[in-house]
Design a protein around this ligand. Sequence first.
Ligand code: SF4
Ligand code: SF4
Length: 355
Amino acid sequence: MSSKVYFIPAKREDGNEVLAQKAERVFLKTALHEQIENDSFVAIKIHFGEKRNTGYIKPQWIINIIRQIKKITSRVFITDSNTLYVGSRSNSVEHLLLAEEHGFKPEILGIPAIIADGLIGRDDGEIQVNLKHVKSAKVGSLFLNSDAMICLSHFTGHIQSGFGGAIKNLGMGCASRAGKLEQHSDVHPWINSKLCSNCGVCFDYCPAQAIVEKGDKAFIIEDKCIGCGECLVVCSVGAVKFNWDSDSVRVQEKMSEYAYSLRHFFNGRINFINFLIEVTKDCDCMSKDQPAVVEDIGILGSLDPVAIDQASADLVNEKSGKDILRAGYDMDWSVQLEHGVEIGLGSRHYDLIKL
Ligand code: SF4
Ligand code: SF4
């Protein structure tokens, strides 16, 4: 069965006002607003962009979408969850300051920004799914207390999944730190004893008492570790390590399963808007300005995360005249889509409706 994907050509040169109007047109076509009830809590999921990154979706492009939601409910907010790795977005304080620096603030948006998994990434809840890899998805608790979601994704290439679009933004982006660690790694963290100063900070943070002192260094007892990932971000000298899963197939499949859990949770009250503007080789987690790999293409909207990502990948590759997403890291990006079809996340068949 085909899913509808709405598409409007757009480019940076259109300017903020026109881009906001175009995003609004795509948003309205998905008709999500008809599913939102008065006074319900609506989460707008976005990536605020890492420090020094410039490719993220600009706040000025989404203000008309916000205005449409505010006609129905005032309980709308913009959100993301904290990162697994140490950086400018690993706790809510620094994350919100960076969001504000990038313009995601009430003076521009008219709504607050809230971090989805609490001050230090501990506030999560679970969605039972019983899929191939993921039995219970660990996501920011804010999502579980929301009634509807608008998933705004900047479509880019990605080092672990070939590309990152709606599936990645939903699956990885809404996961708590423990959920991100589950998707990114098949083994628990470990401590590099050469770097550890035995300061004891991680001992206090570990909720499972899995870290002990061994030979004047910290040591993680694997059997006790519950994979929450807290030790990764509290160690100021970077002594806590984890192995990024090099198996892209497994990472992509887990990502699709996490995305499934959230889509299932919102039960029809979620839509997806992909921005194919400043499509870069790497995602917005990169702390740098990156050149675009293709000319700007436009804005897409759909109720189906698989269909919108398939359409986005097709448009990007058509524009560049080759599989430029594969050229980035020689990775089969279709795994996330195919696994998405297998588990009922969506359809790779779509009708592209040009606005
Ligand atoms: S926080 Fe880092 S340096 Fe301190 S004990 Fe733990 S691993 Fe060692
Ligand atoms: S991942 Fe969590 S449970 Fe495991 S050692 Fe680190 S803090 Fe403790």
